[in-house]
Write a protein that binds this ligand. Structure first.
Ligand SMILES: Nc1ncnc2c1ncn2[C@@H]1O[C@H](COP(=O)(O)OP(=O)(O)O)[C@@H](O)[C@H]1O
Ligand SMILES: [Mg+2]
Length: 282
């Protein structure tokens, strides 16, 4: 035990230390509050910048579409020979203008879609529908794709599924996009659409599986990035804009769902859309 004098000194020191600590805490708290405010200001700025970017993209896209439609109208007239027959070489060149203008138009439309989603101008239209009907519809539309390929297209939809309450058009668009990719990146084998419902989580899983080129694990995240195409040479061959999956992912988020991918290089791919049976209106 310390003598009384020592105890008093100790007490003094403790008091001083505690006062110092308190002062430090006060300063730290102030600094934290300042940093918090700064962060809030910065995040508001980022939000404003993002909104401005989306608006700018929407305007630009709109301005680009008008002249592009005129270009396409003119190439069509030329190709139809309305203004005189074209030589083979002229046809080839006009054909090239036509297909590139189409590609540009697709890209612009997809950028517009992304900005619409991001600026909240793509409203949800909810309805209650049978997923089996939707799959049938999707398959009918994909017949065209499969007719041009040597792939077999089939579906597996269990009987007695509950009806889904969601934005039918958006669900369809995502599945159709999975399908168009499946056909694009599969040379032979099959493409299959499967539906599963899990009662415990009240969630649907709609998947499109192919036996195509596959995607390596390191690229599973990247394929959902804007404008991302894995292989420049093959995608030049296959066409596309690299925006389909990023739009699909955004649409899935709007529907309170998500997209998962199972794939390995050379072993086909399965894209699955997971959705709640009932989407609650926000
Ligand atoms: N079913 C698939 N099999 C193999 N690769 C795929 C498949 N679906 C998508 N990918 C890869 O992901 C990329 C991005 O897909 P997407 O966003 O739909 O763009 P796009 O179809 O315009 O190329 C594709 O370019 C391709 O590299
Ligand atoms: Mg695509």
């Amino acid at each position: 035990m310390a003598p009384p004098a020592g105890r008093a000194a100790l007490h003094e020191r403790l008091k001083r230390a505690s006062a110092q600590l308190e002062a430090k805490i006060q300063i730290a708290t102030l600094e934290l509050a300042e940093q918090n405010e700064l962060l809030q200001r910065q995040s508001a700025e980022i939000e404003r910048a993002a909104a401005a970017k989306s608006q700018f993209m929407a305007n630009v896209s709109h301005e680009l579409r008008t002249p592009l439609n005129i270009v396409l109208g003119s190439t069509r007239i030329l190709l139809q020979g309305v203004s005189g027959a074209l030589s083979e070489a002229q046809k080839r060149n006009v054909g090239r203008i036509d297909s590139n203008a189409r590609h540009l138009l697709r890209t612009i439309n997809e950028i517009l879609d992304i900005t619409r989603i991001e600026t909240g101008r793509m409203p949800l239209r909810l309805s209650t529908f049978a997923v089996s009907d939707l799959v049938e519809e999707v398959l009918a539309e994909a017949e065209l794709l499969s007719a041009r390929s040597r792939l077999t297209l089939s579906s597996e939809v269990p009987k007695g599924l509950p009806r889904m309450h969601s934005d039918r058009e958006k669900v369809k668009r995502i599945v159709l996009h999975f399908l168009s990719n499946a056909f694009k990146f599969t040379r032979e084998g099959r493409v299959i659409v499967q539906v599963a419902y899990r009662a415990s989580s009240r969630r649907f899983a709609i998947s499109v599986a192919d036996t195509g080129i596959g995607i390596s694990a390191t690229d599973h995240q990247r394929v959902f990035e804007d404008f991302r195409q894995l292989d420049e040479s093959t995608t030049r061959l296959y066409g596309g804009t690299g925006l389909g999956l990023s739009i699909s992912r955004r649409l899935a988020t709007m529907l309170d769902g998500r997209i998962t991918l199972k794939s390995a290089l050379g072993e086909g791919s399965t894209f699955t859309l997971h959705l709640p049976r009932r989407l609650a209106q926000a």
